[in-house]
Design a protein around this ligand. Structure first.
Ligand code: HEC
Length: 467
């Protein structure tokens, strides 16, 4: 028992000596690689669930050392290494193909490096948080880079890479990680290169004779978002220096950020332009309660009212896309716009915004009211069996459409009723004829005339039914 303990202590001393000479990260990598080989080729039999577990538990680092299957620092004296070469018994893995040379070499190197334990080597990880949950282009925001480690760390360093087209680094500030337990530090903010998209040489070092362990913030980096879209930040050359061991490197760490586009004032339907459709969207909800932060409540006063409409009207024509298609005036009638203007006047607060809004509504009204009343060409033409007859009214009028045949005989009268000034072009607004006469019979192929009467105005055009 005593002899056994002495051997253990000796092994530990050798282990620590070899450890000190190497960087912890290299040790850690070797131990991980060796364990991966055991896991793949040995644990099926030598693992705690395997049928020869009693012979040698390879997954348990301490068992390997206790049974001296592994002699740290001396591969040739290690039974485990010799068995891989087929010496001192059957070739391992038993019954399977021999391990490839490079895997045998990895295990040899691992033993030569002192057979570090894969379970207890120091580990460091980095993490991050972003100050804003929603970043829009043009915004500034801060990325906090944090760390968590389980060893005495007294120094760290890292570099940052980012896309200079998407982000601009503004400033780098130190976090509290190394200041835990009231430590003092020296910090170097590194150098920002916004042309290359790098921040290099960021480092902090703790003065005194002991390091820190646990969680904290390494640094805070302020950025400005230059354009929208998804962009990546990479932390590179991350290294922590342990007082008791060596350096611990951490794999590069990637942060993905999404930058949203800046909203366009008055764009309530989110199509990146302000046009009639936005006016209609607000008009449809006039007087209705809407959820908090609804884009329809442009003024943010908790309701959709004429003030929101005026505000949208103020921004009519603003657009993000250079070649935006003009929105149709389909859903909007001059009467509606007239009513809006009347309502808006009652609420006039004399502000410039208000003035612009009402002016734009008046321009819109003007564009909706044609200069003169007219009857337009029917569509389709020739047709079978139905057609639409568009017209426009400069002033409100009683409208009737009458259809005659080639001989001037009445075929069908289509009373439209009282119509406001405006353009009646679309299928939903033009006069519809189903190609039937007064008795409901479909009429024969041939030439027909249609006459529009609107107040004092009359006009006639021709059309052709082709069957
Ligand atoms: C198919 C099951 C099987 C696999 C897989 C296997 N072994 Fe073995 N191993 C055995 C058996 C059975 C024995 C005991 C008989 C013997 O010594 O030959 C043994 C014995 C050993 C011994 C000697 C025990 C001692 O205490 O000295 C070592 C070392 C060993 N194996 C290492 C390995 C290594 C390393 C691997 C993976 C690369 C491996 N074995 C894969 C079945 C296996």
């Amino acid at each position: 028992m005593k002899k056994f303990q002495i051997i253990r202590i000796l092994i530990l001393v050798v282990f620590l000596l070899v450890m000190g000479a190497q960087t912890v990260s290299a040790q850690y990598q070797l131990a991980q690689d060796a364990y991966a080989i055991f896991e793949k080729s040995c644990l099926g039999c030598h693992g705690s669930g395997g049928f020869v577990a009693a012979v040698l538990l390879i997954e348990d680092h301490s068992v390997l050392l206790e049974k001296e299957a592994v002699v740290p620092g001396d591969p040739d004296a290690s039974r485990l290494y010799n068995r891989l070469l087929g010496e001192g018994g059957a070739l391992m893995p038993l019954g399977g193909p021999p391990l490839p040379d490079e895997e045998i070499e990895t295990i040899e190197n691992w033993i030569a490096a002192g057979a570090p334990d894969w379970a207890t080597l120091p580990i460091s990880t980095v993490n991050h948080t972003v100050s804003e949950s929603l970043i829009r282009s043009g915004d500034t925001f801060t990325v906090d880079i944090g760390a968590e480690n389980d060893f005495d760390s007294a120094k760290w360093q890292l570099d940052i890479a980012f896309d200079p087209a998407a982000l601009e680094a503004v400033e780098v500030g130190e976090g509290d990680f190394l200041m835990m337990d009231g430590g003092t530090t020296t910090f170097q903010a590194g150098s920002i290169d916004n042309a290359a998209g790098t921040i290099t040489g960021v480092t902090a070092e703790r003065t005194g004779d002991h390091g820190v362990m646990g969680m904290g913030t390494l640094l805070q980096v302020g950025f400005k978002a230059k354009s929208s879209g998804e962009t990546k930040l990479t932390l590179k050359n991350i290294q922590f220096d342990a007082i008791t061991a060596g350096d611990v490197s951490v794999e590069p760490y990637e942060i993905t950020l999404t930058v949203e586009e800046q909203p366009i004032a008055g764009d309530v339907n989110g199509d990146r332009q302000v046009n009639i459709l936005d006016l209609v969207a607000v008009a449809q909800q006039l007087g209705q309660p809407v959820p908090i932060n609804s884009p329809l409540d442009v003024t943010g006063d908790g309701a959709v009212n004429i003030l929101d409409l005026v505000r949208v009207a103020q921004h009519l024509g603003s657009t993000a896309a250079a070649a935006a298609p003009p929105a149709s005036t389909e859903n909007i009638s001059p009467t509606m716009v007239e009513a809006w203007i009347a309502q808006a006047r009652l609420k006039d607060d004399g502000s410039l915004d208000f003035k612009q809004g009402v002016e734009n509504l008046q321009k819109l009204l003007a564009s909706l009211i044609p200069g003169m009343t007219a009857l337009h060409r029917n569509y389709p033409n020739p047709f079978n069996p139905e057609t639409w007859i568009p017209y426009q009214l400069a002033t409100a009028a009683e409208v009737t459409l009458t259809i005659y045949d080639m001989n001037g005989q009445l075929v069908r009268g289509l009373p439209v009723g009282h119509q406001g000034a405006g353009i009646y072009q679309s299928r939903s607004r033009a006069v519809y004829w189903d190609g039937r006469n007064q008795r409901g019979e479909t009429v024969a192929s041939g030439l027909y005339f249609y006459t529009l009467t609107a107040g004092d105005f009359t006009a006639t055009r021709r059309m052709v039914i082709l069957k």
